[in-house]
Design a protein around this ligand. Sequence first.
Ligand code: ZN
Length: 329
Amino acid sequence: MSGIFSYLKAMKKLLLLIMTIMTVLIVSGCNTETEKKHKLRVCASFFAVYDIARQIGGDRIEIKNLVPEGVEPHDWEPSVKAMISIENSDVFVYNGLGIEGFAEKIRESQGSELIFVEASEGCKILYGYEDHDDEHDHDKHDKEEGDISDADPHVWLDPDNAAKEAENICAAFCRADPENAEYYNENLENFRKKASDLNNAYKNALGDLENKELIVSHRAYGYICSAYGLTQEAVEGMGSGGDPSPRRIREIYDNIRKNNIDCIFYESLTGSRIAETISEDMGIDMYPITAFEGRNAEQRKQDFDYFDAMYMNLESLEKGLGDADDIGS
Ligand SMILES: [Zn+2]
């Protein structure tokens, strides 16, 4: 008899154990299911598109930025870890127009599940970018109008283009996560409104400036110049290239004298070393400007977004290009 009792006891224990295991499995299964539904996993190539994407995605997305914030995206190559981040996401956002050379390669090698957003699609694009490169460019060919390799990639610096990029990103989020489409569209409307205010602020402030020429270190401001009637001259050419040649420095100094230029703009991301030398040599002012390809430590602390960056640029442009007599020198 006692044999049967202990057998039944053991069976009861076994049954309880099986039920416990099944409950745990069901509950944890439900959890991953709901988490998947709530957070869209987004990966963005570098800070400008990362910031626009986070403004559209808000708290409904989990977003990762690939190029470290203190680094320029030109010529950056992804690590194995970065490649895994891309593979593990639902949506990959990049600017396009050649600024992220790696993005096209990934797009070709990826399966159909990952949604790719080329944010600059449909933006107003400026051509003739490569033609201005200095004597270091040995591969220079005559580019035809409309050749993508000759496009200026910094489209987001025109507020209308930034709104277009936000629209492309929003469309991808809605496709990948239709349940939150209303939320993403509301954020897009908000972004459009802010971009339109920004555009008006630039038009009002830069309409009748004394000086029209920007001396900058990174040739990234073609879109601001084109939209608001300014011109730019870059000391360092594009990207994070090395120091300018003595010949280039002489040209810049001649230009400053000839055109009575009284200020130089330095890249807030990469620092002011060369601008400082020029500013001291020529006795001119210097102001920060950013192409918003990343943020410096201070801007990170303040969680600088696209609009903060663009208003900082506007303030510098007003101070630097405004009538020196009005400032009271
Ligand atoms: Zn750039």
